[in-house]
Design a protein around this ligand. Structure first.
Ligand code: NAP
Length: 361
């Protein structure tokens, strides 16, 4: 385990995901927040002032952060880089501007743990779920050559929509997962909103989330891809089709999943595989890793969003209702917390992994 402490920054610290980072890092054993940044609208205020009237988290604004100044993530980059060993990034900007911002930090030798989608498709940018594809970190060396850096690089978190069904399918991959159909029921915090800021979502369902279905179908192929000649080559199977729906839930994305398998060992063995699954995050005992990554619930009416989303500090994945299917082989329900496992928590866990593997020195 790493003994060194790291100073870290949060870009987009005032937003929904940024606030989660602030709360998660409040008492983190390795990472201390020493710089906060957002847009020019927040720059110059203290963090307490910048989030006043729009603090959405269950706990109060961290005492240690309240009086820290908020910097402009773009204009004050040099100052931020001077204060930190690496940054977490969750900014709401057009894709090209996000990529330019993240590459600028990386080129300034400041590693970037990104929650944004801008760099996700690049073959030399690892998209890491520490339990699944930790070995993709190897492509960082290729990326450093492209960027001309010694230390700086970008690593990304996947989209929050896939965090419930990709972990559940992963321990079944050697059974030959041919086709997957997944419908996701996604919380409003995934859009950076609450019921106060998005009253139209009370008593409502919206059958469209811009760009989400494309990400939900493509990103798993990168996670299940292989490293070849220093780049990630996407997997060719399974064939995935999705529908992503916004539902009136504050936090927690649920997925209804159907999967066609080449070999079907029976539902009991599948449940056993889920219960027995241990990833790199558990092996390394990373501070934010859930002890049990996948929890299976036998009750017909679980997992439920309210009771299961905070399992293992919102870092575990809950699965239930596994049954044989008449058109596919199996079907099941899975659930994960979208701003914890699906965003900030997953970003912190990825940073712990990369620190432990020696990529962040
Ligand atoms: P959000 O609540 O709207 O927050 C956006 C953040 O970006 C704020 O801190 C904002 O600062 C900052 N920002 C806006 N314009 C900026 C600029 N020109 N320069 C620097 N900072 C700027 O959004 P969010 O929900 O936290 O999402 C942030 C990112 O994470 C998005 O790319 C989103 O797709 C991704 N993500 C979100 C989730 C989720 O569940 N919410 C999950 C995975 C990934 P000000 O307060 O100063 O405007």
């Amino acid at each position: 385990m790493s003994e060194r402490k790291y100073n870290v920054g949060i870009l987009g610290a005032t937003g929904m995901v940024g606030q989660r980072f602030a709360l998660l890092l409040e008492n983190h054993p390795w990472f201390t927040v020493t710089a906060l940044a957002a847009s020019a609208r927040s720059a110059g205020k203290t963090y307490g002032e910048a989030v006043a009237g729009r603090w959405f988290m269950p706990g109060p604004v961290p005492e240690k952060l309240k009086d820290l100044p908020v910097y402009d993530a773009v204009a004050d980059m040099e100052k931020v880089v001077g204060l930190v060993d690496f940054v977490f990034c969750a900014v709401d900007l057009p894709k090209a501007e996000v990529l330019a911002l993240e590459e600028a930090y990386a080129k300034a030798e400041c590693p970037v743990m990104s929650n944004n989608s801008a760099a996700r498709a690049l073959g030399d940018v690892p998209m890491i779920v520490p339990e699944i594809n930790w070995e993709h970190a190897a492509v960082i060396e290729t990326q450093r050559k492209r960027l001309g850096t010694r230390r700086g690089f970008i690593a990304v978190k996947s989209n929050c929509s896939i965090q419930s069904y990709v972990p559940a399918l992963h321990p079944l991959m050697d059974l030959g997962v041919e086709r997957v159909l997944a419908c996701t029921y996604q919380a409003i915090s995934g859009a950076g909103k609450t019921f106060e800021t998005w009253p139209d979502m009370v008593d409502n369902v919206i059958p469209f989330i811009g760009g989400e279905e494309e990400k939900s179908e493509k990103e798993p192929m990168k996670i299940w891809g292989a490293v070849e000649n220093g780049l990630i080559v996407n997997a060719k199977t399974p064939d995935i089709t999705t529908q992503c729906i916004r539902v009136p839930v504050s936090d927690g994305h649920m997925a209804a999943v159907f999967a066609k398998l080449d070999k079907f060992p029976g539902t009991e063995e599948i449940i056993e595989r889920w219960k027995a699954f241990v990833g790199k995050a558990q092996e390394l005992r990373l501070p934010s890793a859930p002890k049990q990554f996948i929890h299976y619930f036998e009750e017909d009416n679980r997992p439920q969003t309210k009771t299961e989303r905070m399992l293992e500090n919102g870092m575990a994945v809950s699965v239930g209702r596994l049954r044989e299917d008449s058109q596919y082989t199996i079907k099941f329900i899975s659930l994960s917390h979208n701003t914890l496992r699906g965003a900030a928590g997953g970003g912190v866990l990825m940073a712990e992994l990369l620190a432990e593997m020696g990529y962040i020195k």
